[in-house]
Design a protein around this ligand. Structure first.
Ligand code: DP6
Length: 352
């Protein structure tokens, strides 16, 4: 229960605090799509933690009569970030009441381009939550609590709770996953067969524009969705199956579930009211190229999608050179300005 994250330890307020953390993005294999209550998922999800795509956030806190904050991006004031951060502080204050005593100077940057169509909410909320847990540790003299950092990050953005840890994280209660919780992500990287070591994710940037549908609106469309019940049920089954595939190093099953999940996510969007299509013609062209290539070469490369047009290509490290050839010779031409980002599995948030 959420009560476990209420602060019970004694606090010694300090005049000034500072810290800097990085937290990565993550890519879901079984997707979170649908939520209720205070950021509780309608179904469990599992994701690979990325490495290169991450947010770096430094925060200075000064003891003050009134809580407040100032946010900048690479040193430049960023008022457009304020509402989301104000809401985040409001949601987490019951669990970190000392926040009321501080003014925060937050500076942040993403290693991936701002206009890449890659959601930065997961990495940025995870980085913020890590900084705040670091302060809490400094004020209590306790240990850094990763579960609480994940719990706080979730209150900022659901998928952010999967960005604290690596390389494989489950979020959401799942009967076959001991210790799984709707409140925070749990590390299940011990499941990973060596076939998935240094697994690659190359993100093909088909559309770098702002999302046309915010994920909050998208999640809401699962309320009353005609297929919601079946979808939520299916996610539980897919999670059970993909965990087995990851453990057995079974590429075929991994590919079937991962691609089906991506298409199911987009099917849910196409069959909600209002309905929408986030894939672009080039998204489909890339999917077809990947399927043709896999059939022709037997290389176990597959795709997944976020709530957008970009394609995440997932493949084993040992095929990196071959897949690179494919990207350069064919797939890059489907990307905006031929841009793509090379990433791989990573280990979660860390102090800088
Ligand atoms: C399609 O975590 O961005 O990427 O909780 O409203 O912030 P909020 O939503 P968000 O949703 C991400 C949805 C997804 C699938 C996934 O990451 O599991």
């Amino acid at each position: 229960m959420a009560q476990q994250f209420h602060l019970t330890a004694d606090i010694q307020l300090a005049d000034k605090l500072k810290t800097k953390w990085q937290a990565p993005s993550n890519i879901a294999l079984v997707k979170y799509w649908g939520k209720h209550g205070m950021q509780l998922p309608a179904n469990p999800s599992i994701s690979f933690t990325l490495n290169n795509c991450h947010t770096e956030t430094s925060i200075k806190a000064t003891l003050a009569d009134q809580h407040g904050f100032h946010i900048s991006y690479e040193g430049e004031p960023k008022p457009s970030f304020e509402p989301k951060i104000a809401e985040f502080f409001e949601r987490i204050t019951p669990y970190c009441p000392w926040i009321k005593n501080y003014k925060f100077e937050i500076d942040t940057l993403n290693t991936f381009p701002h206009s890449s169509g890659i959601a930065s909410s997961a990495s940025s909320m995870a980085a913020m939550a890590s900084c705040l847990m670091d302060f809490e540790q400094q004020l209590t003299g306790g240990k850094h609590d990763k579960a609480k950092a994940s719990f706080l990050a979730r209150l900022g953005s659901g998928s952010a709770c999967r960005s604290l840890d690596g390389q494989l994280v489950v979020w959401g209660e799942h009967e076959q996953t001991p210790d799984s919780s709707n409140l925070y992500g749990v590390n299940v990287e011990n499941l990973l067969h060596e076939n998935f070591e240094n697994y690659r994710d190359t993100i093909l940037l088909v559309d770098k524009g702002e999302k046309t549908v915010s994920s909050t609106v998208g999640h809401e469309l699962m309320n009353g969705h005609a297929f919601a019940k079946a979808r939520f049920h299916q996610a539980h089954d897919n999670l059970t199956s993909i965990k087995k595939a990851l453990k057995d190093g079974d590429y075929d099953s991994f590919i079937k579930i991962t691609e089906s999940e991506a298409l199911t996510l987009h099917s849910m969007m196409m069959t909600s009211h209002p309905y929408f299509i986030l894939m672009k013609p080039n998204t489909l062209s890339i999917i077809e190229e990947i399927w043709a290539y896999r059939k022709e070469t037997g290389v176990p490369v597959c795709f997944t999608l976020d709530a957008g047009a970009n394609v995440h290509m997932l493949y084993p490290d040992e095929y990196a050179d071959q897949v690179d050839e494919l990207i350069k010779s064919k797939l890059a031409s489907y990307c905006q300005k031929e841009h793509y980002i090379c990433d791989q599995l990573g280990h979660g948030a860390s102090r800088l």
